[in-house]
Structures are given as C-alpha cells and as structure tokens.
Design a protein around this ligand. Structure first.
Ligand code: ATP
Length: 756
C-alpha cells in the first residue's frame, strides 16, 4: 500500500484547497515557522480518525476549520488517497480515498471512496492495515521523546501498536464486549426462566392432573358403556323373563280359581241334603231298641233255664226223698262250708254291676243252697209237683219264639242300617275327596299366588332398576357428553378380547353389575376431585409456557456455547498477542541496538519486558492504554511493560535519566526507527524529529531515513538541510499576510533557504 495524495480544504490555515502528491519515497515539507507545516501532519491524524481535538491543537471541532481576517468557513475537510493494489486495505479497490469533514457545530462526516460511513468503519479498516490516527507512524513535533518518557506500560502499548498488534486488542475488546453482552443476555434468559419456572411447574402439575383425569374419563367412558349396555340387556331380558314366568302361573291361577269356585259350590250343595244321615240315625235307634229287646229276651231265657233246671232237680229230689224217706243229720262242717261259700258269692254279688252276671251269681247261690238242702234233707216221700215245670217250659218256649222274631228283626235292621251307613259313608267319602281336592287346589293356588307375588316383586324391582338406569344414563351424558348415549355401539368383550355371548351376559350374578356401578361411583368421585375445567385453556397455556421455556433453554445453550467460544477465542487472541509481542520485542530490541550503535558509534541498547504489580485499580483515564482483557482482579497479578536499557560508549553512566538532550533525541529516533524497521508502516510522518541533531548526527539520521524509505514512505517536516537533501520531493509551505497557507513544489535550493 502506498500513500498517493493528501488534499486539505478549509482545514486550519489551509483555507483554499491544497494538495500533496507523494510519489517519492521521501517527501520533505519545508517552510518558515508558523506557515502551517504541522497542520499538514495534523491533517493526516484528522483524516485517519483522531478523536482527541487536543492532540490536534484545538479545543473543539470548530477550531479545525479555517478562520481568518477575510472570514470563516463552515467546513474543514481532508482527503487522503492510497494505492491499494496490494489490498492492504481490506477493500476490493485499487485506490482507496478516505475523507473526513468537520462542521462548526462539531459534527463529523466520514467517507470511504465517496460513500458516507461511520467512524468505526474507518478505524476498523485502518487497524487491519496497521495504521491509525494516534499511531506510532505519525511522530508529531516534540513527540519523538514520547517513547522514552512514557511509562513501561505506555511504551508497551506503543510498541504493540508499531508491531501491528492493535488489531488483537481490538479483537479482544470486541470479543469481551460480546462476552459481556452474552453473559448479560444469559442472566436475562436465566432470570426469565426462573421467573417462568413456578408457573411452568404449576402448569405441569395441572397438566398431569388433566391427563390423569382424561385417562380416567376415557376409562369411565368405557366402563360406563359396558355398564349401560349390560344393564339395558339385563332390563330387557328381565322384563321378558318376568313376562314369560308370569304366563303359566297366571293361567294356572285362573284355572285354579275357576275350579275352586266350582268345588266350593258342589260342597255347599252336599251339606244341604243330608237325608241319608237321618235314615241311618232312625235305623240305628230302632236297631238299638230291637237289640235291647233281644237282650231282655236272652236274660228271660237264661232265667227260665235256671228255673227249669231247678224245678227238674226239685222234682228229682222230691222223688228221691220220697224213696229215702229218712232224715239225715247235718254235720257242722258242712254248714260252715255252705255259709263260707254263700258268703263269698254274696260278696261277689255285691260288687257286681252287670245285671246278667249278678243274676248268674244269685243263681249260683241258690244252687248252693238247693244242693245243701238236697244233700241234708231227708227225702220226702210225697210225689213231686210237675206243674211249675211245665209252666216254665211253656214260658221258655214262648220267649224263645219271641227271641227268634227279635233276632230276625235285628238282622233285618242291621242290614238296612249297614246299607244306609254305607250309603252315607259313600256320600261323605265323595265329599271328603272334593274337600281334599279343594284343599289341594287352594294350596296350589296359594303357591301360585306366592309365585306371582314374587314375580310382582321382581317386576317392581325391575321398574326401580329401569328408573335407576335412566338416571344413570342421564348422568353419564351430563358428565361425558352425548357420546355416552352411544353405549349400544360398544362390543362387550371378556379379558381375552372375545365377545361375551348373551347367555353368559344374562347368567351373570346381579352383584357383579352392582359392583360395576359402585366402581363407576368411585371413578366419578375421583374424576371430580381431579377436576377438568378449562382443560383446553390449560393445555394451550402449558404448551405456550413449555415452548417458551424450551426456547429459553435453547437460547441459554446457544449463549453458553457462544460464551465458551468467545472465551476460548479471547484466550487464543491473548496467547497469540503475547507470542507475537515477545517475538516483536526481541526483533525491535535487536534493531534498536543496531540503530543505537550506528548513531553513537558503539554502546549498548536493548528492550526488556518487565512485569510489575499494579498498586491501584485502573481508572477510566488509564482505560484507553490499559491492556485489554485485563480487569481489576488480573491487574493485581502482573502488568507487562517494556523498559529501555542503554549504555553509551565511553561513558560510565547508564540509564535514560543521564542522557543529554541530543543523546535523548538520538536514542528516541533509534527506537522509533527500530520499531518502524521491524514492522514497516506504509508511511511514516516525522515532524521535526531531527531538530536537535548536530551535523554529524544529521548525516547518520539521513542515512537511516534512506534505509527506512526502502520499506515505508517517509514524509518529513524539517528545517534540516541534510534531511532535505535526502528527499525526492520538496513541498514548500508559505503563509502570506492573509494567514492562509499555500503549497508549492520547490527545488532543493529553494527549500534550503528555510534550513536553520
Ligand atoms: P513551525 O516551523 O514554527 O513549527 P509550522 O509551519 O509548523 O511552524 P503550524 O504550527 O503548522 O506552523 O501553523 C500554525 C499556524 O496555523 C498559525 O499561524 C495559526 O494561526 C494557523 N492556524 C491554526 N489554526 C487555524 C485556523 N483554524 N484558521 C486559520 N489559521 C489557523
């Protein structure tokens, strides 16, 4: 990259448009004091983006705009043009023109190749090409010493700048800003997530409950459908069963009623005509009388028999006694025996109640007495009387005939009575059969009624079950929606997934269904406890909040990832910076020594990296020059700085403090040149850096300029003849009485008149 042109218009003393062409390796700008030479150097700083007006020798932007006796301008502008064929500037143009303008109100405008850009764009573009506004390559008047006067830390910054390491700081700072922003974002995202968290967990719990409720509801739907279907089947089947079961008993009951009524009527009629009984009774009465007569006759016959026997014995005795005719004495013993036997019989007689036996006992006693008499009475000689016997026998015969008659009558009556009784029994028996039948029928009727009333109870239960079914269905629809009414569509399956046959369905115990209903109740209660209101809303909100949380989580991961990559980028940059810095320092130190010995004809010069502890935390003022990437904690550790060590030839004193003004200037120049040598800037502007040099040193300085010009374009503002002699082009700056600077190309001889 080469500097080709500089154009000033309205900048400081350059009221009119003035331009400089930099075609030679060394361009010298010469002119009397106060003509505006330094303004040219400042024009470079200005156009390259300098923000410190103070370093441009002004108080405010306005001071940079021409103000003279003839009037004042509103705008100051500087343009600088580069040959960019080597693309040092990261723009795809062979020529790059930068322009900056400032207005009286202090506003600034920046342009790159005519396009309006931001300051940042300019700064970035230049930083990448290792040039900048306050860079090491513009050494203002009296500033040569700065590199020596600076603190080790400031020196380090200058050297870094010269080594083109500013870009690292720039990148590190950018990365740190990004990192800080990332951390801030991360905290914000974390805060948002934390904020979200309780709501999300609340919703998660709600959703879990909802899901539970939903699955419970689904199960309830299935169970309800099964229950309702089974119940309806049962109700239908039960109704049919009751109707069927009723048919036979009802028919039977009707028939029984009819038959019972019939039998009752028949039995009532039977009771009315009971003539048979009367006949039987009459016959019985008559028969009783006939039998009594027969008894009487029998007794009469018995008595007659006794009398006849007695008469016969008397007759026989009388006949025997008549034959014996003698009286016999009676022994006492015989009398006592008679008395005892008679007494015994009499005692028996006294006890006897049966008249016929009593009579027989009486007859016996008489017999005893007759026997005693017959035994002991002397036979009577008179002939026995037969008349009583004949009378008795006549009576007997008469009684016998009467008995025969009575017997016949009794036999007749008995036969009739038997017949009448049999007739009556027969009639009774028929009645009893009917009664038994009636009884049996009534019993059966009762049983049938019992069956019917139990069927009645079943029917009543069925009616209640029907009501309950209706209520259950209504409740199911209210709870689960109209779908619950489509329970008929479901197919009932057993555990194996087989359809349950109807018979099995109906054969089931009623308690099973009751168990199902209770389970439904339990499920309903549980469902109610879980609640299911606003389900859609909750789900939607949950999805939203979850999605937001997931988004934030992703965001957080992204932020963490970018923070990590930023940290490692910063580490890498730090490491690279450190490496390049140390390598650069070594090279500069070598070059410094070379230039130094060249200038002083011997001696020693070197740079040393030192690490010093900071005592106080960095302040805002120091911020600009502080090593980026450091913060207060790190600054406690070590601060890298660069110290300069010199020892002059033939002199014992060492250290910068001991140097004379000229020696100091030479040392500064040696260091500046060393820095430029190691990392040659595209151009180097030296504003009266050679002011303090004597003739011999001016020559050495001139030699070094030529050496440096091989790598960098040099613009020297000088009063030094020797320096002028080394320049390819000389520009003279003049200022007339009007206070306006003018530029003109001059020859060496013309320029030399401004030399001191
Ligand atoms: P020296 O050789 O003594 O260093 P020089 O050539 O470097 O002098 P400068 O310092 O560049 O001179 O010029 C300073 C001159 O510029 C002063 O005369 C000053 O009045 C003039 N000047 C500075 N700012 C303005 C301005 N805004 N308007 C007009 N003139 C200005």
């Amino acid at each position: 990259m080469r500097l080709t042109r500089l154009e000033l218009s309205g900048f400081k003393s350059f009221a009119k448009k003035s331009d400089f062409d930099f075609s030679a390796p060394i361009t010298a700008i010469v002119g009397p004091n106060g003509s505006g030479k330094s303004n040219v150097a400042e024009a470079f700083r200005f156009v390259l983006g300098e923000q410190s007006i103070k370093s441009l020798r002004g108080k405010k932007g306005e001071d940079l705009i021409y103000t003279g006796e003839n009037g004042r301008l509103n705008r100051a502008a500087v343009r600088v043009e580069f040959d960019n064929r080597d693309r040092t500037l990261a723009l795809d143009f062979d020529a790059v023109v930068l322009e900056r303008a400032v207005y009286r109100d202090g506003t600034n405008e920046y342009f790159i190749n005519g396009s309006r850009v931001r300051l940042k764009d300019v700064t970035e573009l230049l930083a990448r090409a290792h040039i900048g506004a306050s860079g090491h390559h513009i050494i203002s008047q009296g500033e040569a010493d700065r590199v020596l006067a600076a603190s080790p830390r400031e020196r380090r910054a200058m050297i870094e700048d010269a080594l083109g390491l500013r870009i690292f700081h720039y990148k590190i700072r950018e990365s740190e800003k990004k990192l800080a922003k990332t951390e801030e974002n991360k905290q914000q995202v974390e805060a948002l997530r934390r904020e979200n968290k309780p709501h999300l967990s609340f919703l998660e719990r709600q959703v879990a409950k909802l899901k539970k409720a939903l699955s419970l509801r689904e199960e309830l739907e299935v169970r309800y459908a099964e229950y309702l279907k089974r119940e309806e089947r049962y109700l239908e089947a039960e109704a049919e069963a009751i109707a069927a079961a009723r048919e036979e008993p009802e028919r039977r009951a009707r028939e029984l009623s009819r038959r019972i009524a019939h039998l009752r009527a028949a039995l009532e009629k039977q009771e009315e005509d009971d003539a048979a009984r009367a006949e039987v009774l009459a016959l019985e009465k008559e028969l009783r009388e006939v039998r009594e007569e027969r008894e009487r006759l029998n007794r009469t016959l018995g008595s007659l028999e006794g009398q006849i026997a007695f008469e016969k014995r008397r007759i026989a005795d009388e006949a025997r006694r008549a034959q014996d005719a003698a009286h016999a004495t009676v022994p006492m013993g015989a009398v006592e025996t008679l008395v005892r036997e008679a007494d015994e019989s009499l005692a028996a007689l006294e006890q006897e109640e049966d008249i016929s036996r009593a009579r027989r006992i009486a007859a016996h006693i008489r017999g005893l007495l007759e026997k005693f008499l017959r035994t002991h009475r002397a036979a009577r000689p008179a002939a026995p009387d037969h008349k009583p016997l004949r009378r008795l026998e006549h009576e007997y015969a008469k009684a016998e005939r009467a008995l025969e008659k009575v017997k016949a009558r009794a036999a007749q009556l008995e036969a009739r009575s038997r017949a009448a009784q049999e007739a009556m029994v027969r009639a009774h028996e028929e009645g009893r059969t009917q009664e038994r039948e009636l009884f049996a029928l009534m019993q059966e009727h009762n049983e049938v009624q019992l069956t019917l009333s139990s069927l009645e109870a079943r029917a009543a239960q069925l009616a209640r079950d029907r009501e309950a079914f209706k209520r259950e269905l209504a409740e199911a629809v209210a709870l689960l929606g109209r779908g619950a009414a489509r329970y008929r569509e479901v197919s009932l399956e057993d555990a194996a997934g087989e359809a349950v046959p109807l018979e099995e369905l109906l054969a089931e115990e009623r308690t099973a269904q009751e168990k199902r209903r209770k389970e439904l109740e339990r499920m309903k209660i549980r469902l109610e406890e879980l609640g299911g209101a606003n389900a859609d809303e909750i789900m939607r909100e949950y999805e939203e909040v979850k999605e937001r949380d997931a988004f934030l989580e992703r965001e957080l991961k992204d932020l963490e990832a970018s923070a990590a990559s930023l940290r490692s980028l910063i580490e890498d940059l730090d490491r690279e910076l450190e490496e390049k810095f140390l390598q650069g320092i070594e090279k500069i130190s070598e070059a410094f020594h070379t230039f130094f010995t060249l200038m002083f004809g011997g001696g020693k010069a070197s740079l040393k990296v030192v690490r010093e502890k900071r005592r106080t935390p960095r302040t805002g003022v120091e911020e600009e020059e502080a090593m980026p990437g450091e913060d207060e904690e790190e600054s406690e550790l070590a601060e890298v700085g660069v110290e300069v060590a010199v020892s002059l030839p033939r002199k014992r004193v060492k250290g910068l403090m001991m140097l004379s003004g000229g020696e100091r200037a030479l040392t500064s120049i040696a260091l500046i040149f060393a820095m430029s040598r190691v990392n040659p800037p595209p151009f180097l502007i030296l504003d009266e850096t050679d002011a303090a040099l004597d003739e011999a040193n001016s020559r050495r300085y001139g030699d070094m300029l030529e050496e440096l010009a091989k790598e960098s374009q040099l613009i020297v503002i000088t009063h030094n003849r020797e320096t002028m002699s080394r320049a390819g082009v000389l520009y003279g700056i003049t200022m007339a009485a009007d206070g306006v600077s003018r530029v003109l190309s001059v020859k060496f001889e013309e320029g030399a008149q401004f030399a001191k």
